[in-house]
Ligand binder design. Structure first.
Ligand SMILES: [Mg+2]
Length: 333
């Protein structure tokens, strides 16, 4: 049965407006009026991000709606994390072919579960009929002057990446299957399921981003592929980048699914990891373990910013051609 817009908002989205750690003090007026009223804390700046997911382009047709809800928020949480911000409020623009409970219930559950864990609250939105498209705008706060940017790195800064990379691209390849240009599963269904989960339910590094404030000189989230995103950080900082292929953090699941060459390709060029890539000056490296402990994730040094521009990839100590640009397989780039 198809629901009217007001029923749909009431049933599935109004409950998400009551979530949020800061519900009492930052939202004088949330869902239900023409617009929301929000209060930014004294001494803070508003940090804003928006991302749109389109069926067939950013997620597979027939994808679990719970994953679509999760990812629509996760990609924005990752952008706010990369700025060192604390996420607070989000707005949702949902375009649906048909407003049916079989989609809306798991979609809202995916959104609500991740939002609840990060203390963010839905404060408004819009629904309309059309091809399945989800836009989320996320608003957060950061103490004035302390936001992380891509542009503050200096030659000699060590470049780190959190977690492991390439998993999400491998997970997507498994979701597509070998018949559709993806991959067949390995002999280990548990590690394959873990890789799929890395694509379907990425964990944005929100606590790490905040822990890196005042420590990292530059930061970016890895959405388009590690080599591409790390090179963007370097270029924004007016630097080049030297990456050590042997240092890239590869999960055991990725290594067991792929050949070493394939694994390196996924790790450098696969998208959708939503890890943080950041630069730390050599004389601040002793402060990194505390930040990683606060962020609840490991990080690996993968190279260094250089005075000479451009990306150099070292394999066994020898420069090799830079990898192909990272891309989301659906973007056709
Ligand atoms: Mg980003």
């Amino acid at each position: 049965m198809s629901l009217g817009e007001f029923d749909l908002i009431d049933r599935y989205f109004r409950p998400l407006g009551r979530d949020g750690a800061h519900a009492a003090d930052g939202v004088p007026l949330g869902i239900g009026d023409d617009a929301a009223l929000l209060v930014v804390e004294p001494g803070c700046q508003l940090v804003a991000a928006i991302d749109t997911l389109v069926e067939g382009r950013h997620f597979l047709r027939g994808c679990d709606p719970r994953s679509i809800g999760h990812r629509a928020l996760a990609v924005n949480l990752s952008d706010i994390a990369a700025m060192g911000g604390r996420p607070d409020w989000y707005l949702l623009a949902l375009t649906l072919p048909e407003s049916v409970a079989s989609f809306l219930e798991p979609f809202a559950a995916g959104l609500g579960a991740l939002g609840g864990r990060h203390g963010v609250r839905l404060v408004g939105g819009d629904t309309t009929a059309g091809p399945l498209t989800v836009s989320v705008q996320l608003l957060g706060q950061v103490p004035a002057g302390l936001a992380l940017r891509r542009s503050g790195g200096r030659p000699g800064d060590r470049v780190f990446v959190s977690g492991t990379t390439g998993d999400a691209a491998a997970g997507l390849a498994l979701e597509r299957g070998a018949g559709a240009g993806g991959l067949d599963g390995s002999a280990d269904p548990v590690s394959d399921a873990w890789l799929r989960r890395r694509f379907l339910f990425p964990e944005p590094r929100v606590a790490l981003g905040q822990a890196l404030r005042g420590l990292a000189t530059a930061c970016i989230d890895v959405s388009d592929g590690l080599a591409t995103d790390a090179a963007k950080l370097a270029a924004s900082s007016g630097c080049g980048l030297r990456l050590e292929a042997a240092s890239l953090p590869l999960s055991s699941a990725l290594r067991s699914l792929c050949t070493p060459v394939q694994a390196l390709d996924f790790a450098l060029s696969g998208g959708d990891d939503y890890e943080l890539c950041f630069a730390i000056p050599p004389d601040c490296l002793d402060r990194l373990p505390a930040a990683l402990a606060a962020g609840g994730v490991e990080a690996t040094c993968i190279g260094e910013l250089t005075a000479a521009p451009g990306l150099v990839l070292l394999r066994d100590g020898h420069p090799t051609p830079a990898p192909r640009p990272g891309h989301d397989h659906f973007r056709g780039g």
